[in-house]
Ligand binder design. Structure first.
Ligand code: HEM
Length: 196
């Protein structure tokens, strides 16, 4: 998975500018707003599909939207301003279990790189009221456990399916999710710079 999607990870990673030394609170807030517009439509679909098929994944507990909402509230948002945030227009097609698993792989894997970003944000915004970085903190000390549990579920389902086509659909969905993520973040960043 990792090897096959590496170039897609690299492209998505480049759209995350949170490690820039000149990062401002406004940039950070804007990044979270863009993430909110991506996770809101995607997670709703995803956790529904996975809850039915793979309840042991505890998809509801993996949802990041409440964490994004918490961070954005700490930066001045309220329920009505959150509801007005634009949503990504292109979503990876979640047509069945392999697609849901490929998409989930990307969202779950993002919690790993997220730990590096968390440590950076904590240092960068030390002493600044920037919230407690709930999204990047994700599952806190359970990040590793949650990632392994996802990996085991993926391996189990893929072994049970024992089909190259199944695996290819998982990989394709992961690539599509990375690309949808990167495309949306890039579009949002462009719009932010166009604003006066
Ligand atoms: C500045 C941004 C990012 C950095 C620095 C970063 C860094 C990393 C690092 C260091 C790992 C390996 C962690 C480990 O093995 O313990 C990783 C894994 C991963 N990241 Fe990122 N990442 C970033 C952004 C993203 C984004 C935006 C996504 C998804 C939208 C993503 C998805 C993944 C996935 C799926 C894995 C798991 C790969 C595997 O082991 O199969 N990352 N990332």
């Amino acid at each position: 998975m990792k090897a096959e999607t590496r170039p897609h990870h690299e492209r998505a990673e480049r759209t995350v500018r949170l490690l820039d030394p000149g990062l401002t609170l406004e940039h950070y807030r804007h990044h979270l707003e863009a993430l909110y517009g991506f996770y809101a439509p995607l997670e709703a679909q995803l956790s529904e599909q996975l809850a039915d098929f793979l309840p042991e994944l505890r998809a509801a507990e993996r949802r990041k939207l409440p964490l994004l909402a918490r961070d954005l509230r700490a930066l001045g948002h309220d329920a009505s301003s959150l509801a007005r945030l634009p949503h990504a227009s292109w979503m990876p097609p979640l047509t069945g279990i392999p697609a849901a698993l490929g998409c989930c792989y990307v969202l779950e894997g993002a919690t790993l790189g997220g730990q590096l970003i968390l440590r950076h944000l904590q240092r960068h915004f030390a002493g600044v009221p920037a919230g407690d970085f709930a999204f990047f903190r994700a599952y806190g000390e359970d990040v590793g456990t949650m990632w392994r549990a996802f990996g085991e579920a993926l391996t189990r389902v893929s072994s049970a399916a024992a089909s190259e086509e199944f695996d290819a659909r998982v990989v394709q969905a992961a690539k599509d999710t990375f690309d949808a993520f990167g495309g949306w973040l890039q579009q949002e960043a462009r719009e932010a710079t166009l604003q006066p």
